[in-house]
Design a binder for this molecule. Structure first.
Ligand SMILES: NC(=O)c1ccc[n+]([C@@H]2O[C@H](COP(=O)([O-])OP(=O)(O)OC[C@H]3O[C@@H](n4cnc5c(N)ncnc54)[C@H](O)[C@@H]3O)[C@@H](O)[C@H]2O)c1
Length: 311
């Protein structure tokens, strides 16, 4: 018997509630929204559920302050944690979010042991390590969302620069979710035409720089929190690929086992995302310069993972 998928979103704040919104708008699954604030996830869930007759979608949306309703979820998205404020780096969130992610994963492990778990809380790569250690699930079912967002920002800026449809921009951003992320202009094309043929080196460098600072640009504008529309949409692309076993190739933070020369480290790399989670990590041929940048990013993630032990 076919059944509806069930996706739990932990943290019903900006990113979490917007994830629920996109999931329901696409009629992908039933949604359970969990938050520690009493009444808030229940209120947002009921509100969203009341949009379903207008949108003509059949999704059950419930809010909760506990995990009973989440039992047996197919995918769990973890967005609980504090976001950045102006002047803060993602790394400044580490101590608080480590506690929150640990508490949440302890519950998820009990209530949805067979789920694929997508971490969103920052600092992303470090929080993936926290979640992986607590969840004790196979590596392919624990992953982080950052690369889809960083790539979306990069593609947006490329399309704005070239004056073309975002649909025709193909490219990818690898590495950790921080200032050391690695956009790959040499692997970027527009309708099959290499980016380097359509854009000067100076303009490409400017796009790469704006991408790396893309989150901070929005934090600076919002002043009270960080981005959520594009982050939530990026999460939903990952959820959809898993639920529908689409096997999309998306950059995800995945625990590497020797790929790209890194072992036991979560970092953003191209992954095939299907029903089993990260079904394959694709190893791109990188130039010496690109590999150096990725090594630099991996070093920054390793340092953060070391910091985790002290907080
Ligand atoms: N990976 C990415 O690319 C990316 C992008 C955007 C935001 N983020 C991160 O996602 C996180 C959430 O961002 P936001 O803008 O939604 O923040 P937000 O403050 O709007 O929402 C966070 C929610 O988490 C809840 N929460 C806190 N502790 C909890 C717990 N133990 N259990 C359940 N819920 C709990 C809070 O009550 C709050 O509603 C932040 O850490 C942010 O930095 C990551």
């Amino acid at each position: 018997m076919p059944r509806r998928y069930k996706v739990t979103v932990v943290g019903a704040g900006n990113v979490g509630a917007t994830c629920a919104h996109w999931l329901v708008a696409k009629e992908l699954c039933d949604v359970v929204l969990v938050d520690i604030v009493e009444g808030m996830p229940q209120g947002k869930a009921l509100d969203l559920m009341q949009a379903t007759p207008v949108e003509d979608v059949d999704c059950r949306v419930v809010g909760s302050n506990g995990y009973a309703e989440t039992a047996g979820s197919d995918v769990v998205v973890i967005t609980s944690g504090i976001p950045r404020k102006p002047g803060m780096s993602r790394d400044d969130l580490i101590a608080t979010n480590k506690k929150i992610v640990t508490a949440v994963c302890t519950e998820v492990k009990k209530s949805s042991p067979d789920a694929c778990v997508i971490i969103v809380s920052n600092p992303l790569d470090a929080m993936c390590h926290v979640a992986y250690d607590v969840l004790g699930m196979p590596r392919e079912r624990v992953m982080g969302m950052a690369g889809v967002l960083d790539t979306a920002r990069y593609k947006t800026f490329v399309a704005m620069e070239v004056g073309c449809s975002v649909e025709d921009v193909h490219g990818m951003v690898l590495g950790g979710h921080g200032d050391t992320m690695v956009p790959l202009p040499n692997h970027t094309s527009i309708g099959g035409i290499p980016l380097r043929e359509l854009c000067t080196k100076e303009r490409i460098d400017a796009i790469v720089d704006r991408t790396a600072k893309g989150g901070a640009e929005i934090v600076g504008l919002l002043k009270t929190g960080s981005a959520y529309y594009a982050p939530a949409s990026s999460v939903v692309a990952m959820v959809e690929s898993i639920l529908k076993d689409k096997k999309r190739v998306l950059p995800c933070a995945s625990l590497l086992d020797g790929q790209y020369g890194y072992k036991d480290l979560f970092i953003g790399v191209p992954c095939v995302l299907g029903a089993a989670g990260v079904e394959k990590v694709i190893e791109l041929e990188l130039s010496e310069h690109e590999k150096k940048l990725l090594d630099n990013s991996a070093k920054a993630v390793r340092e953060l993972v070391e910091t985790l032990k002290k907080v």
